[in-house]
Each structure stands twice: as structure tokens, then as C-alpha cells.
Design a protein around this ligand. Sequence first.
Ligand code: FE2
Length: 439
Amino acid sequence: MSVDYRPGFETQREELRDERLPVEGSLPAWLRGRYLQNGPGQFEADGEPLNHWFDSYAMLRRVAFDDDGVRYANRFVESEDLAFERSGGGVRTPFPGTAPDRPVWTRLRQALTGVFPDNPVIGVARRDGEPMAVTESPWGLQFDPETLATEERVDLTAGLDCDLTLGHLHRDPDGTVLNLGVSYGRETTYTLFRRDGGEATSLATLRFDEAPYVHSFAVTERYAVVTVGGYGLDLSSLLVGSLTGTTFLDAFGPLEGPTRFVVLDRTDGERVATVPVDPFFVYHYANAYEDDDELVVDLVAFDDESAVTGLTLENLRSETPDLPAGDLVRYRLPLDGGDAERRELRRGPLEFPTIHYRRRVGRKYRYVYAAETHGGSSLPTDLVKIDLETGRARTWGEPGSHPGEPARLSRRRDDDRAGPRPAAAPPAVRLPRPVLRPD
Ligand SMILES: [Fe+2]
């Protein structure tokens, strides 16, 4: 079996030279600007291997499209976690799969007071027009989109009563952000909030005795849809285990309570419906919309907690990885009582469902883009465009290529630099193969 994905799990070197990349075919003339991407870049701390994919230190990649072609650079995010590692301290805060290299009393204090990593390895969000690297943390790290230099650490919980905010947020065309704040403690709370400029407004708070994990949520034009329960943390074992080095990964598993969709009015936070379903795990939603007195919610569903626990680097790098497989499924949620209906839209493994967000989020839509995995690879092998009306799908993949999360681009209507229609074969920009740090 091919294991050509393994360089994707090795530490990479910073490429600050702003290298020009070869282009095959022709890019649309209107394609100008920067594609900013964030993801794993370093898989050790102070020379010791990290254990889980989500532990890796964040690296930004920038692909710039200009009149002369395409430029590429990458750079690590200068988080406090990375600065601590660079100073020889190892792991500073509790990483998902690796305990901090700190004295026992420091680990206990971190567990008791809720200290979270600021290593922002989930993605890129915008705040007041400025890009920032984000994760499930109180902190967003603002950076320069051209040089990728980290500029400022921003407290994303300011004005809110929560420990952290989610890395996946929703944004209205006017720039207003809708997101969830999460707190863990004697009870777990999810707070739906709106942030308009610097001003945060809490809309609703959901409270739980258990500690269900949440990674993202869906919106329709009127509602926010949050999946609660199924899988999460055993907080007491995490607290006691902080003395011996127990991690989030060790404490992650099925919860006793039912899984349910909670539907909140996104204007005033009123709870509109709670719909129980059989347990499943979700990282990412494709979209959701209102359809008469039902909500349609499309997401990538996993069977169990292996969606998290199966992403250890040891498993991902192994000859025969045992990988979690998500399917694209559709739930129909009745808002006036009754059972939810679930059907499969496309069998996986697939992940990172993406839509024409600006135009279709929260509305009836037709196309989903995603990254699919074939042949037992640990990284995706194909991009897929799924037509939800016909059920047909088009895929793209080529040997040795491992696409990440797709980003959908479209020419803006007010752009008068209309370029040539794309040729039958899409243009390709050849990124350098990962350049690994020599050591
Ligand atoms: Fe995510």
C-alpha cells in the first residue's frame, strides 16, 4: 500500500523566500489575492514526539495569485506554546494528546483553572478584516497576510462568560460573527453569542452535567443548530489524571445522555426545539436550511469516538492505519415534535464539507465539496463535488497528491476582469513537496 502521505506527518521547514511556483495550464485572469491556510507544521516538542494530530504546532501557508503568477510562503504561528517549546521547555499547556512538560503542581493548577493551549492549529478566521489563526481556545493570533508574521494575541472571550470559543464560526455578510463559547467546570456551558465589531452579545446558554465536546455548529436563516452529547470528556478523570499525565485523548469517550440537536433562534436565543437522535460524532457541517416545518441539516457523521481517538500520529503513520470514516448524511428535524429522519448522501471516508458559503449558507443549496480518502490512505486522496439534486459526484485526484480542505472560489459579479473559461483540465499550481526540517 502507498504510504506517500507520510511526509504530511513530518515537521516542515519555514519557507520565507516567497518562492514562485510552476503553473500548469492557465489560471483565470480574475484570480487575484491570497489563499491563507493553517495546519500542522511541527510534530515534536523539544525533540520528543507529540502523540496526536491535533497536538502539532500550527504553520500558516500563503499562496498569492498576482499578475506574474503564484508565490508561496509558509511560517509558524508564534504562539506562546511555540515560544515555550523553542526555549527548550517542551509542551507548555495541556495538548489534546500530550501532557504538559510541567511540574505536577503546575499541571494540577492548569487543570483546576482551565488553562488552554494558544497553539492555533484549526484554521484561519477574520476579525475586523484582519486574519487570525484560531483553535478551540480563548486566543486568536492575528497575523500579517503577506509576511505571515504573528502580530497580536487577541482574547476572543472578551465580554463573554466562557473559557474558549470555537475555531469554526459563522459570519454574516455585514461582518457580524455568530459563534459558541464553551466553559468546562462543575457544569459545561455552551453560550451562543454574536460579535459585532468589538461588542459581544450572549444570546443563549445551554447547560449540561456532562462535558460534551463541540467543534462547530450549523446555521439556517433563522436558527442556530447545535449537536449536543454523544461523545465528550470525563472531567473528573482528567482532573485527577492531571497528576499522572492523563490527556484529553485519554478522557474522551461516549457519554451517558442522549445525542440531540438543539435548535436556537439566532436573533434572541430562544430554544425552538430539541430533537434526540441515535449517537454519532460530528466535526463539520456542510449546511442547514429551513424546509417548511422541518430543518435540513447536512453533516459528516462518524459512528463513534474513534473520530478523535483514532487520529494518533502513531496510527496515522502506521503501515495499516485503522482510520475513522465519516459519511455525508442528511438529518431532517421536525420542529413541531416527532422523530428525526437520517439518510446517507454519500458514503465516505470524506471530510471538510464546503459550500458556496457567501451565497448559500443557511439556504437550500445544491453542491457540496469535500476531501475524500481512498485506498487506506491516512490523508485525503481526492477532491469531490457532490450534486445533491442528482446524487452524482465528480472527483479529482492524482497519484502522490493529498488535498486538504477545499476552498471554493467564485468570480465576483462586480469583477470586470473576466478571464478565459476554464479548460477541460483544471489548471494546477504545483506546491513544493513538504520541505522537512533537517534533524
Ligand atoms: Fe475543523
